[in-house]
Design a protein around this ligand. Structure first.
Ligand SMILES: [Cu+2]
Length: 652
């Protein structure tokens, strides 16, 4: 239902043909990263809830059956399993510090201790308990260790046909000291099974699609944040709550996205990265920071997906103090539903799994597998960074300049999700974005994509399937999803904001000479698409454009400059009089976009704010000659002009 994004194959003539492409693709995920199973004794039901290594290199595993197992030599062919603890209440997390395991049971944080040294815990110490009402969905997760010795836990909402906070602090992330003092940190959580720190020590948690949650996502959590699900706000009036927001304050009648909703309340925190439902995964879980020595992705994050039995990769940047970034598939094909990820000292990722209650692609009921790097570097997008007028896409290997510099090697769509009480959201307001120019860096390791109409608050599907490495490899994963929260250097809102209250831009100019939808009579589409941009210093990015008389043209006008500009097409020899008429419009000029009422004008765009775009459709006049392209914003026409050469024969 939500999968509305069209996968349009890049079919331009300049990429390798299909057969060659398949040969070129060659290596698969498994040539770079290998999945192997840790053998589990037949009598052990290892429905993994938590993973943690102890100080002897043994892997502790807490299970949904209430046990903790100690696995000695987990990387060997016959690891040894020892039951360390049992009788716990669904412990969905495990940590080891100061010689002790810590685990969150449904109703308490417990410290386990083996006092007599027989590798079996003989002390189960209740550090702190919390309310629990018996609802099956009241899972508790953690702890995650903080550098100062404190711990984080998260408390799942109950489920009564919708997410419900029926016991105190359900829907919250809490901080606990080793002595059991508990402080509420943030709420708005629904099903916070995955959380942890990034390489810089900032806290993130992952969320699954559900009521009030349009799609899977990851959110940067700071004290006092509200991540989107209103139920936890039931407790925001309690002592210690860092929020003033109340459940009654939240209202979904405006049809906004969560990004737009943050304008209503400071506490609202939109996600740093969305994982589009079914396109990327269906149920995000644990977060792990990639160490040195696991391929070229140091300090990026891996995020598990339970339903798709896969691991995804996330690169994040911080722009204007706000996290944002891109997710890619990484490795799929695990045996069951992934809940936990844990690194060993030898850079092996241990993957703990269970699918009880939820179907997963991997059909086993539970499992423990490990993922290792083969030492071969895959050809992948290493990272994507937002720019004021597009993206910088960096690669793990040198690219072939010809394919990387071709705008047709890329396909970009953006869209968002609605913030509402319903379960999930369809993809809304999807648009294809034109890549109108590409500049490949000197070192062949990155490409600067110039993209028309960047919209903050939207998710960008960036497909780079046409790009080849210097030795003709295809990307292992050509498509990623970039969540754009902030545009570098940007301080204005954009024309495409759906919120009526947040729109701040020049008015749309309604005029017979600005046709923004392709005429229905153009059955075969435009004859030609022409893209014109602006460059600093009041100039268009080209000085001469040739077109055939009478042809149907789609004109894309991009304004990456930091000033307002328009584009006006004027009949031969008439540019001076049109520019003069525009200059004399006075106060009226702005609202009319400095488009004077003149018979000499053939067609024109809107007056564009910085970083805006416009697309118009026009039929070129039958009369050949040198027409003018002008920006008629006062003071610009002297330098901001180009020739439009209309000829009877096709351009040459
Ligand atoms: Cu201008």
């Amino acid at each position: 239902m939500v999968n509305l994004i069209k996968y349009v194959a890049v079919t331009c003539c300049c990429v390798v043909g299909t057969l060659d492409a398949q040969v070129a693709r060659g290596l698969a995920e498994s040539d770079y990263y290998k999945i192997e199973s840790v053998p589990i004794p037949e009598n052990v039901i290892l429905e993994v809830g938590g993973l943690a290594f102890d100080d002897k290199g043994r892997l502790g595993v807490s299970t949904r059956r209430g046990e903790v197992w100690l696995i000695t030599n987990p990387s060997s062919a016959q690891p040894d399993f020892q039951r360390y603890a049992h009788g716990l209440h669904e412990p969905l997390g495990l940590a080891f510090t100061n010689g002790r395991f810590y685990t969150a049971q449904r109703g308490e944080l417990t410290r386990l201790n083996d006092r007599d040294g027989d590798d079996v815990a003989d002390e189960y110490y209740n550090i702190r308990d919390w309310d629990l009402n018996g609802n099956y969905h009241e899972y508790s997760y953690g702890p995650v260790l903080l550098p100062d010795g404190d711990m984080l836990i998260t408390l799942n909402l109950g489920w009564v046909g919708r997410g419900a906070s029926e016991s105190k602090w359900r829907g919250w992330m809490m901080k606990l000291t080793p002595e059991g003092e508990m402080t509420p940190i943030a709420t708005g959580m629904r099903s916070p099974a995955g959380f942890g720190l990034n390489a810089k020590g900032d806290i993130f948690y992952t969320e699954n699609q559900g009521d009030w949650v349009g799609s899977g996502r990851m959110t940067h959590i700071e004290k006092g944040d509200f991540a989107g699900h209103p139920e936890g706000l039931k407790w925001s009036g309690e002592p210690g709550s860092p929020l003033n927001l109340r459940m009654e304050d939240i209202d979904d009648s405006d049809g906004l996205s969560l990004y737009q909703y943050q304008e209503k309340f400071d506490a609202v925190k939109p996600p740093s990265v969305w994982f589009p439902h079914t396109l990327m995964g269906i149920s995000t879980s644990d977060i792990a920071v990639i160490p040195d020595g696991f391929g070229p992705f140091n300090d990026q994050l891996l995020v598990g997906d339970q339903g798709h039995s896969k691991v995804m990769r996330v690169y994040q940047e911080k722009v204007n103090g706000v996290y944002q970034g891109i997710c890619y598939p990484f490795v799929e094909g695990f045996a069951s539903g992934i809940l936990r990820l844990e690194w060993s000292d030898d850079k092996t990722l241990y993957v703990g799994m269970t699918n009880r209650g939820w179907a997963s692609t991997g059909k086993d009921k539970f499992g423990l597998q490990k993922l290792t790097w083969t030492g071969v570097v895959p050809f992948e997008v290493l990272q994507v960074n937002a720019e004021s007028d597009g993206f910088r896409v960096s690669f793990t290997k040198e690219v072939d300049r010809r394919t990387a510099a071709n705008p047709e090697s890329y396909l970009i769509n953006d869209f968002t999700y609605q913030y509402h009480h319903l379960y999930g959201s369809p993809v809304v307001d999807q648009q294809e974005r034109t890549v109108y120019k590409v500049e490949v860096a000197q070192d062949n390791r990155s490409a600067r994509l110039f993209v028309e109409g960047m919209r903050p608050g939207y998710i960008y599907e960036i497909n780079a399937d046409g790009v080849r490495s210097a030795v003709s490899e295809q990307l292992v994963h050509p498509t990623g999803y970039f969540t754009l929260n902030a545009i570098p250097g940007d301080h204005v809102h954009h024309q495409h904001d759906m919120s009526a209250t947040s729109v701040f831009s020049a008015p749309d100019i309604i005029s017979a000479k600005r046709v923004t939808e392709m005429p229905g009579s153009w059955l075969d589409g435009p004859d030609e698409t022409i893209t014109v941009g602006t460059i600093p210093g009041m100039k268009f990015d080209q000085t001469e454009i040739r077109v055939r008389a009478g042809s149907k043209v789609k004109l894309i006008f991009n304004n990456p400059d930091d000033m307002m500009h328009n584009l006006v097409i004027i009949k031969p020899e008439k540019e001076a009089s049109v520019a003069d008429a525009a200059n004399r419009m006075g106060l009226q000029g702005q609202e009319k976009g400095y488009i004077p009422d003149s018979e000499h004008i053939v067609a024109h765009t809107n007056l564009l704010e910085p970083n805006e775009s416009d697309i118009i459709y026009l039929t070129i006049p039958e009369e050949p000659g040198t027409y003018s392209i002008l920006c008629t914003f006062p003071g610009h026409a002297a330098s901001m002009r180009a020739d439009l050469i209309v000829a009877d024969t096709p351009s040459n």
